[in-house]
Design a binder for this molecule. Structure first.
Ligand code: PLP
Length: 279
């Protein structure tokens, strides 16, 4: 089966899928999205992703075209049709097509797109060794809790990271860590997991929520507060959480070694516990 897409209710080969050049997603970045992965062919935390899609759509006054039950049916159908060992499901809702005008009419039909691609998990050697990151000024807008397709600041940060040959950008605003460009960032100091609080400065990661819940169940204290960059450098451990990275140790930031330069015990424990839930 070639890579497949779903556009406004119809499945088709990805190469044949098109939307109007007047789509407001194309013109204005006026839309929202989700990325969901499967484990053993089953979508992980699907309800949490759909709930976040609802929140994002509501924040932009976007019509949510499907109920959770309808979304679930389309997503499971897509996963079955694509028949990959593991899949990455991308959902996108944009406000629809209309002659270009910043303000919009209330009766636009949203454009709904889903793609299903093969998910290639991170190599075990990368998980074991950890990755390197750099800090980048967080120049995003004031509603980072909305998973908007308007990702220019993230795009520029990711490009900087790519050109530097590193793995992720740690976004920093006013000297404090917000999150990664495509992940949430957590640090461990004296056995306490510290991560930025939910709110408009970060995307409330589905993986973040699962990992914090696991930490609490494991008796690992959690502090949700902004971490100054100086504390990040001085942390015993730093790790990223996200749908594709899962729990991934960061061993160098801006060329400074974190802890002993290897993914630490709390990172490895949380990664293992998450693996038990997904495996
Ligand atoms: N923060 C940002 C900016 C992201 O783009 C992502 C994922 O794409 C995350 C955090 C992690 O979210 P999740 O765990 O739901 O994948």
């Amino acid at each position: 089966m070639p890579e497949i897409a779903f556009v406004n209710g119809r499945f088709m080969p990805l190469a044949e899928a098109t939307v109007s050049i007047e789509d407001r997603g194309f013109q204005f970045g006026d839309g929202v999205y989700e990325v969901i992965r499967t484990y053993g062919g089953r979508p992980f935390e699907l309800e949490a992703h759909l709930a976040r899609l609802d929140r994002s759509a509501r924040a932009l006054d976007l019509q949510q075209p499907y109920s959770h039950q309808q979304w679930r049916r389309h997503i499971l159908d897509g996963i079955r049709r694509a028949a990959y060992p593991e899949a990455k499901v991308y959902l996108q809702i944009t406000r629809g097509a209309a002659p270009r005008d910043h303000a919009y009419a209330a009766d636009l039909s949203p454009t709904v797109v889903m793609t299903i691609r093969e998910l290639h998990p991170l190599a075990a050697a990368v998980q074991a060794a950890g990755v390197e990151a750099m800090t980048v000024e967080d120049i995003r807008w004031g509603r980072c809790d909305v998973k908007s397709v308007n990702l220019l600041a993230n795009v520029l940060a990711r490009q900087q990271v790519k050109q530097a040959g590193l793995f992720e950008a740690v976004l920093v605003k006013g000297g404090q860590v917000s999150e990664g460009a495509v992940s949430n960032v957590m640090a461990v100091r004296n056995g306490v997991v510290i991560t930025a609080p939910e709110g408009p400065r970060i995307l409330s990661g589905v993986t973040r929520a699962v990992v914090l819940q696991i930490a609490r169940l494991e008796g690992i204290p959690v502090e949700e507060r902004y971490l100054p960059v100086s504390e990040l450098y001085a942390a015993d451990e730093v790790f990223l959480t996200g749908t594709t990275v899962e729990v991934l140790g960061v061993v160098r930031i801006d060329g400074k070694t974190i802890g002993n330069g290897k993914p630490g015990p709390v990172t490895r424990r949380l990664a293992a516990r998450l693996g038990e839930r997904t495996g």
